[in-house]
Design a protein around this ligand. Sequence first.
Ligand SMILES: Cc1ncc(COP(=O)(O)O)c(C=O)c1O
Length: 432
Amino acid sequence: MTTPILDFVRRYADSGTLRLHMPGHKGVPTLGCEGLDITEVAGADSLYAPTGVIRESEANATAVFASRATLYSTEGSSQCIRAMLALALRERKPKRILAGRNAHRSFLSACALCGAEPDWLWPEAGEGLLSCTVRPETLVRALDEAATGYAAVYVTSPDYLGRLADVSALAAVCHERGLPLLVDNAHGACLRFLPGARHPLEQGADLVCDSAHKTLPVLTGGAYLHIADPCFVPGAKQMLALFGSTSPSYLILASLDACNARLAGDYPMLLADAVRDTADLRRTLQALGWETVDADPLRITLRCDGTKAAARLRTQGMEPEYAGPDALVLMLTPENAAAARARVPEALGPCREAPPAPPPPLPRPERVCTVREALFAPQTSCPAQAAIGRICGAPTVACPPAVPIVTAGERIPEQALPLFQYYGVETVDVLL
Ligand SMILES: Cc1ncc(COP(=O)(O)O)c(C=O)c1O
């Protein structure tokens, strides 16, 4: 597979061209990567109106993902989520989205920017903040009982713990009603290259975002907006441009470009080996008494006091993705799965703790004003205890995982306090 962006930036770096243009480092190394960090010079194409190397590279990405169109983001899934909402809301009324409550905070900012209002699908008992099982029958009921119609349905799969939704069944429900299904697959780009048709594109989702940088060998910020329904192709670049910088990073673009060639080459075989190593590691940890969550094939989620488990890993020079009060999350790829398989069991040793207490139940706060009204209103920060009864001004999150406990525009109920304590949220932004 061709790598037109990478070839261009390498040729440019080697050409000795006197850079009478941005960026200010002029290719002179401080970090070492400046030579390849160019701007949209002649021949480098333009991200939001591509006709040359970027167009060719995005066509390669479209081919490797077998989508209708795959477009690049250099500003993460956050940019793609905003573009997905803008596309789904275009020409649709009312501007309401039915969404799983475990949505990342970027969904809330997308709602505010696009003038959309979310209605929530709530997690099942005991799921806590990070997961939100949406069964097809729950979705049918929510759609049938809604007082107003929706522009789209939005779910997060995999969630932060790696749990996968039944996207095929949800897509069928949406499509029977003429609604698009939008999937935040920020954590699942790699699924497209694993057996089992687990990527949302393979399961009927209409618009999907993947943070390439989270699970594929791509620099931080590199992401894909995948389009399955052709009606979303016209205007998609425009919507991405609306939420993106006019100076996209060519380091990130070159990294996305190079990834296409790896995905079309031997990387899927390496991923298959990594899946085997991860499965072995999971079995070893289970044999040591650790309770695992049924997660995607390249993630290990342990139900435990994540803080204590992370401390054990750190003493042996390992850093987890997430260490929370009731979970430890490890993300593996071909680059580290064999090492993790060898080193993690020794560092964690046998599990000697009782299972962690389940998280306090998620409150269902009353909505007082729209997300947009709240996010753009004057606000102040106050201690969590003093915020009870006030209107939330910004999504109240611990980061990671950046899933809000109370969202902007909701009145903060007393039942939120145990969750603030549980997730270490000490201050909350409230409306003045
Ligand atoms: C579930 C989920 N969605 C979206 C995002 C935003 O992705 P990005 O950091 O690529 O903008 C994240 C980031 O961690 C996430 O966890």
